[in-house]
Design a binder for this molecule. Structure first.
Ligand code: NAD
Length: 324
């Protein structure tokens, strides 16, 4: 669908665009949000009430709160997902944590409760590469916690190897988790959130999605695809009040990257770890590598009403290592 440039739009041009968008969506657009804002009521994309951001007396940190909301986090048994689940719960959300690693997922559940005793925590072992499991995750979140406001697609895997040596299994495994997993998660969340007229989806991409990198070709292409699918979903879901954004981290010290300094028996080579972290830090203008919290706070911003005007965007907490 080709839309005229907004700068050249007349009133009749606007009406034509609205007709085209409604025909494309197969349903009417939501009522004018600006009018709703002027009237001091109505919901805003992302699920927030209008008043928090417009109230000059409000505590600015309130816009970042997730009180009363339900957030699903996949990949929650690992570094970034675990930190995001903890932070969302500390910000007031009830959380649904999903991962295929059941033992570590239970650990996350305990850590979330320790960090935020008021939060309800639903633990749902899930293989995100399987559409039926992702759909079941969404159904359980809705049926057991009664609503769905935030969905963070964090689960991911990394396999190293030259393109000429990549096997069918390598390609299928990485595409299965990093691309299909995010696709099915976005679709399952979108289905529920669009019906509710609110919600925020946060997809984890990577600096490797912007920057072609030798020996992680399949990983990089899945992350580039995550950025593209995020923008497409933002187009499809926006008129229903659902926002979709991505976070593309730089190098973060998590179990995923520990393969660089861990041998097959699980032993950590401390010297190798130190030199790898130093090397990665030296590649970034800030001269440091990141921690899971650096990513979780970007995710909290996108999950919350503070970012209510953002959709289809990519945030890049990466120390400056890529600036596309
Ligand atoms: P991690 O390995 O600690 O966490 C990834 C989690 O995904 C693990 O708990 C794993 O069990 C889970 N997972 C894998 N396959 C799954 C499946 N089929 N179903 C459900 N869960 C599955 O790694 P992390 O660094 O915390 O990675 C989180 C996300 O951040 C990933 O998408 C990763 O690509 C991305 N990322 C990480 C870095 C980094 O430097 N660590 C950089 C950029 C992007």
């Amino acid at each position: 669908m080709m839309l005229p440039c907004s700068a050249a739009l007349t009133d009749s041009g606007v009406a034509l665009v609205i007709d085209q968008v409604q025909a494309f969506l197969g349903r009417p657009l939501r009522p004018n949000l600006r009018a709703a804002r002027r009237a001091g009521g109505g919901s805003h994309p992302g699920g927030g009430t209008v008043s928090i951001l417009s109230d000059p007396q409000a505590d600015p940190s309130d816009a970042f709160r997730l009180t009363g909301r339900v957030a699903v986090v996949t990949g929650a048994a690992g570094g970034i997902g675990r930190e995001a689940a903890r932070l969302f719960a500390r910000a007031g959300a009830d959380v649904v944590i999903a991962d295929r690693d059941e033992a570590q997922l239970e650990v996350t559940g305990k850590e979330v409760t320790a960090a935020a005793p008021q939060a309800r925590v639903l633990v749902v072992p899930t293989d995100v590469s399987q559409k039926r499991e992702v759909d079941r995750l969404a159904e359980r979140a809705l049926s057991e916690l009664s609503r769905l406001d935030v969905w963070a697609n964090v689960a991911g895997i990394l396999r190293h190897g030259a393109m000429i040596d990549t096997t069918e299994d390598d390609l299928a495994a990485v595409v299965g988790v990093n691309l299909k997993g995010v696709y099915w998660g976005t679709a399952a969340a979108g289905r529920i959130m669009m019906a509710a007229g609110r919600g925020s989806i946060v997809n984890i991409a990577s600096a490797g999605g912007d920057m072609p990198t030798p020996n992680i070709s399949v990983y990089g292409l899945t992350k580039a695809a995550v950025i593209h699918l995020t923008k497409t979903a933002a187009m499809e879901f926006g008129a229903s009040g659902v926002r979709v954004n991505a976070v593309a981290p730089g190098f973060i010290d998590t179990p995923m990257v520990a393969v660089h300094w861990t041998d097959d028996s699980g032993h950590t080579d401390v010297e190798k770890r130190r030199s790898m972290l130093e090397l990665r830090a030296a590649q970034a203008p800030l001269g440091v590598t990141g921690e899971p919290a650096d990513i979780a706070y970007a995710m909290l911003y996108l999950a919350s009403d503070a970012s209510r005007f953002m959709t289809g965007q990519v945030m890049r907490p990466n120390g400056g290592v890529v600036m596309p």
